[in-house]
Design a binder for this molecule. Structure first.
Ligand code: ZN
Ligand code: FE
Ligand code: FE
Length: 271
């Protein structure tokens, strides 16, 4: 079984890379990709654990690009984690995450639901990335929200009062950087992103695949993206987007998997 979309404590997952890999091995996964948000920090530990369990680890990262002022997640695979341009690019991405978190914290303070943003930032050392889920956790800890979903619904989700847009990279540039680092890109959870109109443009910019199979996409959505993929000459990828045992995706770890023939077709897009 294959799952190409997994998060660890290097970004907003709740399991360490080794704990995640052990769980993956225990439920019968054979090929996995760790795809933390804008960081490669979980990969060395994941690689060692995967070797110990006899799993194949595909080096990955989920990069946040910005299209029309909204986040667009691009999954990069088979990258060289030592590629200097990619490493530098991701460091800039994480710097902007911090700038944005401080801006969100200012808005929360103005809304009378303050959080201690500097201690949240201080916890994210060693290249671990920071995002709105950590702010949501701080809102919960401060008693301003019931849980992460409540924090997003009332304060920090898109179009909510403390939302601050990202100043991120253009998707076309992300595809370029990833390809220069030896990797290929799949557009993450397209049914959540709801930007089908940009798929033809990204396909000509070198996009390799659409993430047709994902734990938040039903069979009709999977079929829709399989059709779009074949229309634009793309492969398909897939995974659970497991972030740990909290949240609705937890139960889908091990059941939202990518068929081997899809993986083979996707991998054949490597340069
Ligand atoms: Zn995440
Ligand atoms: Fe995502
Ligand atoms: Fe993800």
């Amino acid at each position: 079984m294959i799952d190409l979309h997994l998060h660890t404590t290097a970004s907003d997952g709740t399991l360490t890379p080794s704990a995640l890999v052990s769980r993956a091995a225990a439920i019968g996964l054979r090929i996995i990709a760790v795809t933390d948000h804008d960081t490669l920090a979980g990969l060395p530990e994941a690689r060692a654990a995967a070797a110990a369990h006899g799993l194949r680890l595909v080096d990955g990262v989920e990069i946040t690009a910005v299209e029309d002022r909204r986040d667009l997640h691009l999954l990069a695979y088979f990258i060289d984690p030592a590629n200097a341009a990619l490493v530098d690019f991701l460091a800039v991405q994480r710097q902007d995450r911090m700038r944005r978190m401080r801006d969100i914290a200012e808005r929360l303070a103005a809304l009378d639901v303050p959080v201690d943003i500097e201690s949240v930032i201080a916890e994210r050392k060693d290249g671990r990335s920071l995002g709105r889920p950590q702010i949501a956790d701080a809102l919960v800890a401060a008693g301003h929200a019931r849980d992460r979903d409540d924090a997003f619904d009332r304060f920090i989700g898109s179009d909510r009062p403390a939302y601050v847009p990202r100043r991120g990279a253009r998707p076309d540039d992300v595809i370029d950087i990833v390809r220069r680092a030896g990797g290929i890109v799949s557009m993450a959870h397209p049914a959540l992103t709801k930007k089908d109109e940009i798929i033809p443009r990204l396909a000509s910019a070198g996009l390799a695949a659409l993430e047709a199979r994902h734990s938040d996409q039903d069979p009709a959505a999977e079929q829709h993206y399989r059709e779009l993929a074949s229309r634009y000459g793309l492969a398909v990828s897939g995974g659970s987007d497991f972030h740990g045992d909290a949240g609705h995706r937890a139960a889908l770890f091990g059941s939202v998997v990518l068929p081997l023939e899809d993986f083979a077709a996707f991998e054949s897009r490597r340069a």
